[in-house]
Ligand binder design. Structure first.
Ligand code: 5AD
Ligand code: SF4
Length: 447
């Protein structure tokens, strides 16, 4: 969500005549889009802002702005602590970012805006301004109505507001018209989409409409809450082959006591039942989860239950977080952060070790097979390699391709498996069906 928000802000500023600057030291405007979800993310921003104090003294024309969740959370305090920040602009306001910058340049005085401005996605988007040729994020619902006791997001992003299908569809069509073949629909509770809209608009209906767009080959959506995974949605996913076969469904914990204290509103059994239902409908479905370790009151027994849920589902990916008390949350008000840092670190490692083993086993099972990847760009580790993703969201590195193939779907033979990625070799394209719709289990292509 933050990546898309940053992209939209950058797009708006380019439309207003500003130019992106590769070198921070040469930029005249510095905008920080921020995250409040854990303490660590905030601390990085505080120290970054602190370090800019001296530069601002020497360069008073430099304009510094803080956007997003930290701006929303701290509001005026942010400028009290960092008076050299010119602009504080919350999660519901950056639609007017160009006007705010013009205003501040005129008046040269600091302003805080966290209320009723515009975060409207259409206001901001120029479909030609995007970092990836073939892939795009599209926001479909903002805010969150869930009561998770650890989470600051409902306080910083406000209540759920869905965008009508009539607004999303032309945006996706325009993106596809400009070369996009993979869209990722975004929302904090993306599968609650539409409940606030008329005419029974929901995620199933939206997926069906998007699926009908020719040349849109992959449709993903993040992040889902288990309680809104309806039978209708599961059946729609099964029916529509271009809907991703990788599903991010955060469990957070495997212990019912902890789930209850987190107010996740489901039990381990209910979560597992949803997974099994979906596996029955879509046998090759892969799952990913978020987990919080060291939640207030989490015992060794609770932790063992989380480990066993991981083993039972055999997720293909896990994001593990150490509990971090956040202001404006129920957990911070009512529960003591009573699991030591040492224990949190150990439980974190425990879960990562299980996940790494499972991921490695899953990747090893693909060695020798040919899969279709969407080539995304140069590998993060460099060495002249490029990387792409399979229909199941697995990363494949390969050599022998160049920037001209970025955005293409390529058949690749898997040669080596690691836990976080695989190495592959491009195979003779002519011999393989190139449409992911024809791929069988595991997205394996037929010769
Ligand atoms: N501490 C640790 N992790 C958290 N998350 C959300 N709030 C907290 C917190 N206070 C994690 C959840 C969520 C992910 C985006 O961040 O696992 O799914
Ligand atoms: Fe936070 Fe829960 Fe909403 Fe996700 S569903 S954003 S964890 S409150």
């Amino acid at each position: 969500m933050n990546l898309l928000d940053s992209e939209l802000v950058a797009s708006k500023l380019v439309q207003a005549g500003y130019e992106p600057c590769e070198d921070e030291a040469l930029a005249g405007i510095l905008l920080f889009n921020t995250c409040s979800v854990r303490d660590h993310a905030e601390n990085r921003v505080w120290s970054k802002l602190g370090a800019l104090r001296v530069r601002k003294e020497q360069e008073p024309e430099l304009l510094i702005g803080v956007l997003g969740c930290m701006a929303q959370e701290h509001k005026i305090y942010l400028r009290t602590r960092m008076p050299h920040v010119d602009r504080v602009c919350g999660t519901m306001d950056f639609g007017k970012i160009d006007e705010y910058i013009a205003e501040i340049r005129e008046k040269r005085e600091g302003l805080v805006q966290t209320g009723d401005g515009a975060s409207g996605d259409l206001v901001l988007r120029d479909v030609k301004q995007r970092p990836n040729r073939a892939q795009a994020y599209v926001n479909i619902i903002r805010g969150c109505n869930m009561p998770c006791t650890y989470c600051i997001v409902p306080a910083t992003r406000g209540v759920e507001v869905s965008r009508p299908i009539a607004e999303i569809l032309p945006e996706v069509e325009a993106l596809v018209g400009d070369g996009v073949t993979e869209v990722t629909l975004l929302g904090q509770t993306v599968n609650a989409y539409g409940h606030d809209l008329p005419d029974k608009q929901n995620l199933s209906k939206l997926l069906r409409e998007l699926h009908a767009i020719p040349s849109l080959r992959r449709i993903q959506f993040i992040t889902s809450h288990p309680n809104f995974l309806t039978r209708e949605l599961m059946e729609t996913m099964a029916e529509l082959p271009r809907v991703s076969r990788y599903f991010h469904l955060p469990a957070q914990s495997g212990s019912n006591e902890i789930l209850q204290r987190m107010k996740r509103l489901y039990t381990r059994e209910k979560y597992l039942a949803r997974i099994r239902d979906l596996q029955e409908l879509i046998p090759d479905m892969e799952f990913a989860s978020d987990w919080i370790v060291g939640y207030p009151g989490e015992t060794e027994e609770d932790h063992e239950l989380t480990k066993s849920l991981m083993e039972e589902v055999r997720f293909s990916q896990s994001y593990v977080f150490k509990y971090s008390p956040r202001p404006l949350t129920v957990a911070d008000d009512y529960f003591e952060d009573d699991v030591s840092e040492e224990i949190k670190a150990r439980r974190n490692q425990d879960l990562l070790a299980i996940q790494n083993r499972i991921s490695l086993e899953k990747n090893q099972a693909l060695v020798g097979k040919v899969v279709e990847i969407l080539l995304e760009g140069p590998s993060k580790k460099g060495e002249g390699r490029f990387q792409g993703r399979t229909a199941h969201h697995r990363i494949v590195h390969l050599e022998g391709v160049g920037p001209q193939q970025v955005g293409c779907y390529l058949p690749v033979r898997i040669e080596k498996a690691m836990s976080h990625s695989m190495m592959g070799q491009l195979v003779d394209e002519e011999r393989f069906t190139m449409d992911s719709r024809d791929a069988g289990d595991e997205g394996i292509l037929s010769a």
